[in-house]
Design a protein around this ligand. Structure first.
Ligand SMILES: Cc1cc2nc3c(=O)[nH]c(=O)nc-3n(C[C@H](O)[C@H](O)[C@H](O)COP(=O)(O)OP(=O)(O)OC[C@H]3O[C@@H](n4cnc5c(N)ncnc54)[C@H](O)[C@@H]3O)c2cc1C
Length: 296
């Protein structure tokens, strides 16, 4: 049974923020409801007031703004999957959207809800960490931008305050010489929570050496994380088979997975090594394809 609650349907963002602030921390924004309603049913969450933010146009935009891709907080996973700007500038996020839950959930679930819910297994987190995304949080006091690196604070915990709404995610629009890839291991091919997920972004120079690297991992720590030592070891290197194996081993050494009904901690750690190596091989092929395209 869902406990009783009041529902407000604000006409604009200002009204939504006023409702949140006036509720004395007893309100929750309601986006797709695919986490919140489940939590209310189980008793994990019992807000007295739901503030429906789904129909606010201010939160639903996808646009290029000053060299950044802006994706509104209530953009759904299905919309991410299909949008031409996201496909062009952010294919790694599209790759995550394609293996997210099932079509029914993808039509309801939002990007903002996925991040604020902050499950260690949230599918959108690794691609956005790998892309060095920032989120915009708004309240009646104003707005602030937070790097996604600093956003997650623990299992289902973030820096978002009760009077704040995640208005948008900002990503640097891709530049030449950058490549990225995502992979998720689940117990089924569809409708599966990640056992391990990983996203990799690298920038290479004309000499093919790695200039910058970001390796982000899901379901292997209390929060979505970056494998910083593995990233550092890549910088300045050529992406040889030996270097790739070394990076995979380093990434596996950085994680702190748990054993649960989906997999053991040992399996997850081993799969981090396997998936990181696989993704690095994939991005190496992408670099080669970019070179071939330039040469042609
Ligand atoms: C059957 C099923 C399968 C699923 N499969 C997956 C999967 O494969 N991968 C995956 O990552 N997740 C999965 N999920 C979890 C869930 O669908 C996602 O986390 C989803 O993105 C949550 O978004 P939502 O819009 O439904 O959030 P809601 O449930 O509406 O909200 C979640 C939380 O975030 C808060 N919130 C929402 N939007 C904002 C905002 N803009 N600003 C501030 N606070 C906000 C809410 O108050 C609430 O606390 C699954 C869920 C179900 C039920």
């Amino acid at each position: 049974m869902i406990p009783e609650f009041d529902l407000v349907i604000p006409q604009n963002l200002q009204q939504a923020l006023e409702s949140l602030q006036l509720s004395d921390h007893k309100a929750s924004p309601l986006a797709g409801g695919t986490n919140l309603v489940v939590d209310m049913r189980s008793g994990r969450s019992s807000p007295a007031l739901l503030v429906n933010i789904n129909d606010l146009p201010e939160l639903h935009e996808i646009s290029l703004v000053g060299g950044e891709l802006k994706i509104g907080g209530t953009v759904t996973i299905a919309e991410l999957q299909a949008h031409p700007l996201v496909k062009t500038y952010c294919p790694v996020l599209v790759a995550a959207a394609e293996v997210f839950a099932n079509p029914l959930v993808r039509n309801r679930a939002t990007l903002g809800g996925n991040l604020v819910d902050a499950s260690p297994a949230a599918d959108c987190a690794p691609p956005l960490l790998a892309l060095d995304a920032e989120v915009e949080l708004v309240s009646l006091a104003g707005s602030r931008r937070v790097r996604l690196d600093d956003f997650f604070t623990g299992v289902r915990k973030t820096v978002v305050q009760p009077d704040e709404i995640l208005a948008a995610v900002y990503l640097p629009a891709g530049k030449p010489g950058t490549v990225s890839a995502f992979y998720k291991i689940g117990l089924r091919k569809a409708d599966a929570i990640a056992v391990v997920s990983a996203a990799i972004w690298i920038e290479t120079g004309p000499d093919h050496r790695c200039k910058k690297a970001r390796i982000a991992l899901g379901s292997v720590a209390p929060r979505p994380m970056r494998a910083v030592q593995a990233e550092n070891s890549l910088v300045g290197s050529l992406l040889t088979a030996q270097a790739i194996q070394q990076v995979g081993r380093l990434a596996a050494a950085e994680v702190s997975p748990i054993s649960d009904l989906r997999a053991s901690a040992d399996y997850r750690r081993k799969m981090v090594e396997v998936v990181v190596c696989r993704l690095l091989s994939q991005v190496t092929s992408q670099v080669q394809q970019q070179d071939d395209a330039h040469a042609a």
